[in-house]
Design a protein around this ligand. Structure first.
Ligand code: SF4
Ligand code: SF4
Ligand code: SF4
Ligand code: FES
Length: 898
């Protein structure tokens, strides 16, 4: 129906005045009359309406009287216009609405006792409110339940044909997986084509269904809504940081629900720019890892070749004695620690404090090293800011989005929904540059398929095209003439034709991208795994910053260079100082003033300036015997790195390996002591999402077995080491962080950060810009290894944690198959299921293939979540010389039919 959001950054809608129930109300012209009425606090029943998508107008509940009209008006689909005189109350309206409820109830089974929505059902509520007691013409439907989907069941006997499920899927998610179909005399919701549901399984249709027609397979017939405790918390799967409700019954996690619900259908249409409140499949259906039977419930100690259960006290004594012994004999630098960015800010803070103030070592790192640190370090180097400058609202309202090296609907699905809204509501031009035909590319105005591994060259081409087309921000570049001159000289050797030949992106496409980005008033760059997790990631982020600078997009409202964080708290890990180069607040570890401040606050002498090993250096030093004790929290390097990193050899050499984890991981199996840790559902704290928003994590259930929150275990360890830490809760740690980093807990909207161009662009830029555009040796066509093998994330999983959630494994099991472009399969004369041998410089693996249209030519893909068969061991590792970020998700291979 094309109703407008109440605010639009480009079109200032006229302010109008209308009367509602005798009161004068101001509104924007063209918005839904229902939105205007609900903004006054009046809630009219509305069973087919939701503010996140355009009205459908089918249920007949939102009736109001408009002066001058004889019959009631459906307020959801009526546009607010100046001078309207509206009445929302009265016996006539009550009776009209009651008739509508009766109509819906007459074709709805009264099977409330066995319906999961009982007590949380809009039809029940409205029937009750309208006193519906007599259904004279009730019809039974007898439609068999559709249970073909792995996550959702469709009971069309209960459906009231409100179309909310269809509309959220089509409008908000732009997936369009559902439709109405007339079957057995009734209009039924069916998956498109009446086939088994094939979609992203986000469950938003389930969330908005006002009755129990769509049900969650993983929590069906377990409990009534009122029997469960509902805890508001933050999802532990990706950096989007979605808010969710964990619904629990005692120690059991029953289901996850979202703020998006038929219950919260009353909102300001413009608010969706900040998020629509939905979840993705991981958040909604991936909760079963929390109370998995595989959880560690007791500490384990190595006795001979075996890990055996042991009491906490004995385990901690042994751990502390052995750490102390190693420290005494070999010094503090013989100890190192790794932690996952799935821990809370408070735990990450405590971890670096324990390593530095407890063990007196600066050998520490987190999973932010897998890529996010390339972005942080480049952005800090050039602009002095170590996080994204833009939030979801900026992204939604951007006029141009340049998405490069990111399969965003798979890694950060809810940030992807912001781009979808930018396309649908705010008419943004979206350029997607990737070596796969991603889902977002299918919706983008300008999708460009490139050869894998050529993202950096593509950026060279866009920068060069921007200069050639003179799309330059004169004012901004004239402020730093020497830097601008140096950039022009640095890219002088680049030929667009050459870039096009090497990348597969045509000269016209390079120029079109440059023009779209430069000419839009609000342009945002989003780069992810194809940039930050690849060789030269650091330099490639700097090149994107160059592009934003010369087009005047640095520091302009609604513009900037951003990245996506894959784990929930990668930003927090960097902010809390879990990296040898940073103290909390991203202060340099070597800055004397900052060192003094922390040394005083912690009452210790910090490890020496300049000391410290990062993730890959730690593993190297473990192999060489310099590091003898390793404390690993939630990380699993053995299952993450390829064999060529020789992680097993590194861990084998250790005198002490302590692993703290909710599960007995591959790395934990090699440990001398395993400490059972809680998941985020069993603890309080905060995560910092990719917008820089600090979000609450809340304890929903008691710790499983004898597991403990990571902060608790670290506090006990520190006390045994002689530290006088008195933390009794996560709040105590938060209070300390608040003192040291005032303003960090922004809880709510993050502070807007503005880049500072001055130091770098006036001094330093000219000296290092040539390096990043240095001509590389001509790309070897490598006919001997003609394919590029990529490993990466798929929508249904996150790291290895999601593989512990049976729901997600049901939806997306490990097929053990290599995904290939169908044309390539044809050339190799292999069909679906045919076994091939994939060979890289590091060995061969045999596995079956499966066609995938989204995979580019001469590329193949295997999901990084699974190590069976061991495809990861085919990868080589390259370390970014500037940041120490290891890149190991891409390699060249040959593929032969076996
Ligand atoms: S689960 Fe999500 S993608 Fe699938 S039909 Fe429902 S709304 Fe659409
Ligand atoms: S399944 Fe639910 S949301 Fe979909 S049309 Fe039926 S009642 Fe409405
Ligand atoms: S988008 Fe990320 S944070 Fe949101 S529900 Fe999905 S996995 Fe969780
Ligand atoms: S809410 Fe308006 S017709 Fe259903």
């Amino acid at each position: 129906m094309g109703l407008k959001p109440a605010t639009n950054p480009d079109v200032e809608a006229a302010e109008i005045e209308l009367s509602i129930d005798g009161k004068s109300v101001m509104a924007k012209s063209g918005v839904s009359l229902y939105d205007v009425i609900s903004s006054t606090g009046k809630i009219i029943p509305a069973m087919c309406y939701h503010y996140t998508f355009d009205p459908f107008g089918s249920c007949g509940m939102c009736l109001v009287m408009q002066e001058g009209k004889k019959a009631p008006v459906r307020s959801c689909s009526a546009k607010a216009t100046a001078g309207m005189i509206i009445r929302t109350e009265g016996e006539d309206l009550f009776q009209a609405r009651k008739k509508a409820v009766e109509k819906h109830l007459s074709v709805h089974p009264l099977d409330c006792p066995v319906c999961d929505a009982d007590g949380h059902c809009e039809l029940q509520d409205t029937a009750f409110q309208h006193g519906v007691t007599n259904l004279a013409n009730a019809k039974q439907k007898f439609i068999p339940e559709d249970t073909r989907s792995p996550a959702l069941d469709f009971n069309m006997n209960r459906c009231i044909a409100c179309a909310e499920c269809i509309n959220v899927c089509k409008d908000v998610l732009m997936i369009d997986a559902l439709q109405f179909m007339k079957k057995g005399g009734f209009n039924q919701v069916v998956p498109k084509g009446d086939l088994a549901l094939s979609c992203e399984f986000c469950g938003d249709c389930l969330a908005v269904c006002p009755v129990g027609a769509i049900t969650n397979k993983f929590s069906k017939y377990l409990y009534k809504p009122w029997q469960m405790k509902k805890t508001t918390t933050t999802c532990n799967y990706c950096g989007d940081g979605c808010q969710m409700y964990l619904e629990t019954k005692d120690a059991e996690v029953v289901r996850v629900t979202s703020p998006l619900s038929w219950k919260n259908k009353w909102g300001d249409r413009a608010d969706t720019a900040k998020g629509h409140g939905g979840l993705c499949v991981r958040g909604r259906f991936g909760f079963e890892y929390i109370d998995s039977p595989a959880r560690l419930k007791q500490p384990l100690l190595r006795k001979g070749n075996q890990l055996v259960e042991a009491p906490w006290l004995e385990t901690m004594h042994q751990v502390v004695d052995r750490f102390s012994d190693i420290q005494r004999k070999h010094g503090s630098y013989a100890i190192a620690g790794l932690i996952t960015a799935r821990c809370t800010n408070e735990e990450l803070y405590l971890f670096q404090k324990l390593m530095r103030a407890g063990f007196r070592t600066n050998h520490l790192d987190s999973s932010a090293r897998y890529g996010h640190l390339n972005f942080v370090q480049a952005s800090r180097h050039a602009l002095g800011i170590g996080r994204n400058p833009n939030d979801w609202e900026d992204l939604t309202k951007a006029k141009a989005v340049l998405l490069i090296g990111s399969n965003i609907t798979e890694t950060n699905p809810l940030t992807a929904v912001r781009i979808k809204e930018a396309i649908r509501v705010y008419k943004a031009q979206v350029v997607v540059i990737d070596s796969a035909t991603t889902n977002i590319a299918k919706l983008a105005s300008h999708p460009f398929l490139i050869k894998p591994g050529t993202e950096g060259l593509v950026i060279d081409g866009i920068v060069k095209a921007t200069l050639e087309l003179d799309l330059i921000d004169q004012e901004g570049t004239q402020k730093f003439p020497l830097s601008f001159k140096a950039l022009k000289e640095a890219v002088a050797h680049i030929s667009l034709e050459q870039v096009a030949a090497e990348t597969g992106m045509s000269v016209e496409a390079l120029k079109a991208t440059a023009a779209i980005f430069a000419e839009a008033p609000r342009s945002i760059i989003l780069c992810a795994e194809g940039i930050v997790r690849r060789p030269d990631g650091y330099q490639n982020v700097l090149k994107l910053i160059d592009l934003a600078w010369i087009t005047g997009k640095l520091g302009q409202p609604g513009c900037g260079v951003n990245t996506l964080t894959e784990e929930p708290n990668e930003q927090g890990a960097v902010d809390m100082g879990v990296a040898p180069e940073y103290l909390p607040g991203q202060s340099s570890f070597d800055d004397q003033g900052v060192r003094d401040r922390f040394a005083k606050a912690w009452d210790v002498t910090l490890p020496a300036a300049g000391s410290g090993a990062n993730l890959t250096e730690i593993l190297k030093r473990c192999r060489s015997g310099q590091i003898r004790a390793l404390y690993v929290i939630g990380e699993n390097p053995l299952a993450t790195f390829p064999a060529s990193m020789e992680v097993r050899a590194a861990l084998d050499r250790l005198e002490l390996l302590v692993v703290q984890d909710p599960f007995l991981t591959e790395t934990a199996r090699m440990a001398h002591a395993v400490l059972p840790a809680c998941t985020s559902a069993e603890k309080d704290g905060t995560f910092t999402n990719l917008e820089g928003r600090v979000l609450r994590v809340r304890e929903a259930i008691d710790p499983i077995g004898e597991s403990l929150p990571d902060w608790h275990i670290m506090t006990a360890l520190a006390s045994a080491l002689g530290c006088q830490w008195g933390y009794e809760s996560s709040n105590d740690i938060q209070a300390e962080i608040m003192k040291l980093l005032p303003g960090y807990y922004n809880l709510g909207q993050p502070r807007k950060i503005v880049p500072t161009l001055e130091p770098y662009f006036s001094d330093g830029y000219a000296a290092d810009v040539a390096e990043r555009y240095r001509p590389s040796a001509p790309r070897d066509t490598r006919t001997q290894r003609p394919f590029v093998l990529l490993m990466g994330q798929i929508l249904y999983h996150s790291g290895k944690m999601s593989t512990k959630a049976p729901g997600l494994i049901t939806i997306a099991p490990n097929t053990g198959r290599l995904r290939m472009n169908p044309q390539d399969m044809e050339r190799l004369a292999v069909g679906e299921g045919t076994t091939v041998r994939v060979t890289s410089d590091h060995g061969s693996v045999q596995l079956a293939v499966q066609p995938d249209q989204s995979i580019g030519p001469q590329t193949c893909f295997f999901p990084e979540h699974f190590n069976e068969p061991p495809v990861k061991d085919l990868m080589s590792v390259q370390i970014d010389s500037a940041t120490g970020v290891p890149s190991f998700k891409q390699t060249r291979v040959t593929i032969e039919k076996v």
